[in-house]
Design a protein around this ligand. Structure first.
Ligand SMILES: Cc1cc2nc3c(=O)[nH]c(=O)nc-3n(C[C@H](O)[C@H](O)[C@H](O)COP(=O)(O)OP(=O)(O)OC[C@H]3O[C@@H](n4cnc5c(N)ncnc54)[C@H](O)[C@@H]3O)c2cc1C
Length: 341
């Protein structure tokens, strides 16, 4: 694998909302950032799990769709010219003690040489829980999708949704408005989603706008060249049905594992990185953790908490990046942003 080496002040692991805001906070203090994410797009859970849902507890926004928040965060980070390395996982983190720097290596050969590292890895690298169907890899990304980015992509399509949780039910409700046909396959008669949403889905089923295929589970795929013709489902007695389909959306949750992060010598408590809440420093010099991945007594896993942690980490990282230089605190109103008016 060819390696591509980049120098930067701060390497940020995770392009979720908190990683993106860290670009801004570090940028305001004059530190350049490279950002790595396993996903092909930025936004972390906001993009992967609930892009079209409104969020109500972002200060200053009475209501903002998750995808719109990510767009705004990217715009806020843009003046600091972050470099994004998407679709790759940070696999290794090593200390170059002599140089006082950190080296991160990703799964596709990107190597970042950074003065400090900020781990904003959320609940860990995302990966869908894949149904064990023969040949499913051939369809993934073409007609089998584990997340919905734009519901318009499914307009006029015959959609099979599999799963019994919030994602399955919420997308059934949403796609019923645009798709030609929506089947919801679940192996139990009872759904685990919010009761109000489940009631709405049953109402749609009553009107014939959604068809519930319960209790059934996925058994096979039919199609060619990655494009589905039908999804085969079977009940617990092995009786099968063939559902004509253009698209399968299996929503069996995302496997979120800390993955390689757990092997870097960080103090970990129940899959979270232990930090000092005042600075977000970890037990490794020059390595910070912020957002959902960071833990301390009383931690609230909220986006706004992560934003504040990004600011704390940037202030604590400043003397490391600038060799002991004291930080002269200034408000953004005083400093402005590059290219700002
Ligand atoms: C349905 C739902 C609704 C929610 N509603 C709200 C709400 O109303 N208000 C609120 O404040 N919060 C809400 N949350 C929680 C909120 O989304 C999280 O607190 C927030 O996303 C945490 O941001 P983060 O940047 O820390 O992590 P994440 O959003 O989890 O992003 C972390 C990113 O790091 C990447 N990553 C991990 N490990 C690696 C690695 N080794 N290499 C490369 N990349 C890696 C992941 O792929 C991921 O993209 C909700 C969550 C869900 C699921």
């Amino acid at each position: 694998m060819t390696e591509h080496l980049h120098d930067c002040d701060v390497a940020i692991i995770g392009a979720g909302p908190v990683g993106l805001f860290a670009v801004f906070e570090f940028g305001m203090l004059g530190m350049s950032a490279h950002v790595v994410d396993t996903l092909e797009i930025s936004g972390g859970q906001c993009t992967a799990l609930y892009p079209e849902k409104p969020i109500y507890d972002i200060p200053g926004f009475p209501r903002i769709a998750a995808a719109e928040l990510i767009e705004q965060l990217r715009a806020q980070a843009a003046p600091f010219e972050p470099v994004y390395h998407l679709g790759q996982q940070v696999a290794r983190l090593e200390r170059d003690r002599a140089a006082g720097r950190w080296r991160l290596a990703t799964t596709v050969g990107t190597v970042l040489d950074a003065k400090v590292v900020v781990i904003a890895a959320g609940a860990g690298a995302f990966g869908p829980n894949r149904p064990p169907l023969a040949g499913i890899e051939d369809y993934e990304g073409k007609s089998v999708h584990y997340m919905v980015l734009r519901r318009q992509d499914f307009a006029g399509k015959r959609v099979v949704i599999a799963g019994g949780g919030d994602s399955a039910v919420d997308w059934a409700l949403s796609l019923a408005e645009v798709a030609a046909k929506v089947h919801v396959v679940h192996r139990r008669p009872k759904f685990r989603a919010a009761p109000e949403s489940v009631a709405r889905m049953h109402a749609l089923a009553g009107e014939g706008r959604v068809e519930l295929v319960i209790p059934y589970q996925l058994a096979g795929l039919e199609g060619a060249d990655g494009m589905l013709d039908a999804v085969i489902v079977a009940d617990l007695d092995g009786k099968s049905r063939r559902l004509e389909a253009d698209v399968l959306l299996p929503f069996f949750g995302l496997a979120m594992t800390l993955g390689p992060i757990a092997d870097w010598g960080l103090a970990i408590e129940r899959h979270h990185i232990v930090v000092d809440p005042a600075t977000c420093t970890t037990n490794l010099d020059g390595v910070f953790a912020i957002g959902d991945v960071a833990t301390y007594p009383g931690k609230l896993k909220l986006i706004l908490t992560g934003f504040a942690e990004a600011a704390s980490a940037a202030h604590a990282a400043y003397p490391i990046v600038f060799d002991g230089k004291a930080l002269h605190f200034e408000y953004s109103t005083t400093k402005g942003v590059p290219g700002g008016t």
